[in-house]
Design a protein around this ligand. Sequence first.
Ligand code: GLN
Length: 468
Amino acid sequence: MVWDKLPELVEKVRAGEVSAVSLVQQSIDKAKESEDYHALLEINNQALEQAKSIDERIAKGEKDGALLGIPFVAKDNFLTHHTKTTAASKLLDNFQAPYQATAIEKLEAEGAIMIGKANLDEFAHGSSTENSAYGPTKNPHDKSRVPGGSSGGSAAAVALGIVPFALGTDTGGSIRLPASFCGVVGYKPTYGLVSRYGVIAMASSTDVIGPITRNVSDSGYLLDILAGQDPLDSTTIEREKSYQSKAHNLKGLKVGIVSEHMGEGVDSSVKASIQSAIDKLKEAGAEIVEIDMELNELALAAYYVIAPAEISSNLARYDGVKYGVSAENAGDLLETYLKFRGEGFGEEPIRRILTGTFVLSSGYQDAYYKQAQKVRTQITEEYARAFEKVDVLIGPTAPTPPFKLGEKQDPLSMYLSDSMTIATNLAGLPAISLPVATDDLPVGLHLQGAQRTDKKLLDIAMSVEDLL
Ligand code: GLN
């Protein structure tokens, strides 16, 4: 069975047409069948038991729950009870979390069942999932290519049909880029809208969590469950009443095209697919305006100062004493630190810890960190000016289609994959990537909205999805 839309699937479970056990079994079978793609790091061996108890509840007439019996996977940087949580790092090889992320709790409270943990770039540092200490995930559309990153396992699991939805995290594009590369929908909420309690922190001033789904309305349906203030995460903000998507009129909609995102350095096949989507929007009566966003171009440079600074602080807690594998045969405390961190962290986290420590060090802080924060403010202001003129900004999610495994060896060329998504995170905006029609490899259309306009953005995205 192909996965229906979530509310329809839940209706079938509620009506007794399908059981939770059969859905979970289907997910597990599909996961085993697609092992070659390495989308998952671990299968939850309690999942069938959990499904059984849901079926027993249904038999007794207890049929509440917006996700009754629905299987899903979570990126392996969400703390979960029934599996390990490794963040795809050797350093947390055996880490069993003592509590669960709020997002997982909320989904489970609605009857959803987590069938496994998805692969990612180590500590979510990357754009291809090749930085996983457990080996890369492969693109469901072409095994010789990457699925994008860092939530590559989550996006691949949805594209492969293992589950109807997955959870990911997005610090600079990590939900949207893999969604684009795998041909599925990836949604990044406004900063603070979804609690991050129990999610391994990367860069705390831009980290958000969000769903990866088969269609836009499922993203809205899930946001409705996930959004809202959490006393355990003081950065959470007030939610809107409902996020269940409704069609939005495209006639008269003011759509901004970021000129810089359709110019140099963008692959011609990507440009052609996005241009044809823009043409369709125009035919549907949308008003298309070109917008220059020169400061957007500085986002990558600012991000690679700010994010490493926060990463170096967040990763300081992994000292071999409290978390993860302890360094064996180390001598004194300093030796323990050196051995544990030196052997546990992969190359990319180490690069970021070093950069982050450097940009925060005395004498350099003003030149790098403070400067980057000023650029960040200007980027946010540039967006605010744009949203005075348009309802939504659109363009490609990534400058290229999925690239080959091993193709991007130097870090800078990898970083450039995020050139269209990173500014969104610096400004804390909501954004979504939708697949557009192509003859070949998947291409994602990126829609960005003003802060806290998640509902409107999802409504627009649903209408754009229908149109395309
Ligand atoms: N690819 C970006 C990075 O490597 C973003 C990662 C993310 O969003 N988690 O930092």
